[in-house]
Design a protein. Structure first.
Length: 241
C-alpha cells in the first residue's frame, strides 16, 4: 500500500460485509451537503505545498479503532489537510499529533504518531470518529449540515455496542452527543454544560465527558496542555468489566 495514495481498499473499515463497513461506504460516497462537497473537493485538488505528492482522499472520513472498545472519542470533523488527505480521522495534522501522543502515553494507543493509513496505529479499547464526516469551510459547519450528517453518527453509536464512556473533544462534538441521546430521553441541553473534564452520567448509564479540542489554537495558548489531557484520559473508567 502507498500511504500517499489512500484508497477504499486500504482502509480497514471500508472492507468487509459488516454493518459498520456498509455504513462507512455510505459515508464515503455521500454528497448531501453541496457547500462541503465543493470545499473538500477544492482542498483535495489544490492541496498544500508540502503534500503535493499526495492523492488527497477528499471524501467522507470513516471512524477508526477498536469497534468493540469501551471508549468513544468524538471530534468535530476531519482536518482539511489531515483526515481529508489521509482518509483517517485524527491523522496527519497538529491536532492528531497531540491527541495520539497523549493516547499513547495513557496506554490507549500502540504508538505516539498518526500519520497515514499504513503507519501501524492501533487503538486499545478505543474508537474515534468525527460527528461531522467531511471537512467544512473554516471548520465551521452550519446547523443544517450537522443535522444532515447526524444520521451517520446515530448509526455509528448504535453499532458501537460496548461503549461505556464518550469523550467529546470540543463543544460541537459534545452537543452532537447530547442531541443523539435526547431523541430517547427527556432532558434539557442546558443541564449538561460543556467544559474541560466535566463528566455526566446519561440516563442510559453511559458517561459523557467533555474536553477542550486538541487544536493548535488551544494547545499553543495553553488552554489545553499535555498534563490536562493525560489526567483526563488516565482517569477514564474503562478498565475492567
Amino acid at each position: 500500500m502507498n500511504s500517499k495514495h489512500p484508497t477504499a481498499e486500504s482502509h480497514p473499515l471500508l472492507n468487509g460485509s459488516g454493518e459498520i463497513n456498509e455504513l462507512y461506504r455510505e459515508v464515503v460516497s455521500c454528497t448531501a451537503c453541496p457547500r462541503i462537497v465543493d470545499f473538500r473537493t477544492k482542498i483535495a485538488r489544490e492541496k498544500r505545498k508540502q503534500f503535493m505528492d499526495w492523492t488527497y482522499w477528499g471524501s467522507g472520513v470513516p471512524g477508526y479503532g477498536d469497534i468493540n472498545g469501551k471508549l468513544l472519542l468524538v471530534g468535530l470533523a476531519p482536518a482539511a489537510h489531515g483526515g481529508n488527505r489521509t482518509a483517517r480521522v485524527f491523522t496527519g495534522d497538529k491536532s492528531a499529533d497531540f491527541l495520539i501522543m497523549c493516547l499513547h502515553e495513557a496506554g490507549l494507543a500502540n504508538q505516539p504518531n498518526s500519520d497515514a493509513l499504513d503507519d501501524g496505529l492501533e487503538l486499545y479499547n478505543t474508537f474515534m470518529t468525527p460527528v461531522l464526516k467531511c471537512v467544512p469551510p473554516q471548520d465551521k459547519p452550519t446547523a443544517e449540515e450537522l443535522r444532515t450528517c447526524s444520521h451517520y453518527f446515530s448509526r455509528e453509536i448504535e453499532l458501537l455496542k460496548n461503549v461505556k464512556v464518550i469523550l467529546a473533544l470540543g463543544k460541537i462534538a459534545f452537543d452532537g452527543c447530547l442531541k443523539y441521546y435526547r431523541q430517547f430521553y427527556d432532558f434539557k441541553m442546558k443541564d449538561y454544560p460543556f467544559g474541560h473534564d466535566v463528566s455526566y452520567d446519561l440516563p442510559n448509564g453511559i458517561m459523557l465527558k467533555g474536553s477542550y479540542h486538541p487544536s493548535p489554537r488551544n494547545v499553543n495558548t495553553g488552554r489545553l496542555n499535555k498534563d490536562m489531557m493525560l489526567k483526563l484520559l488516565k482517569e477514564l473508567p474503562i478498565n475492567g468489566t
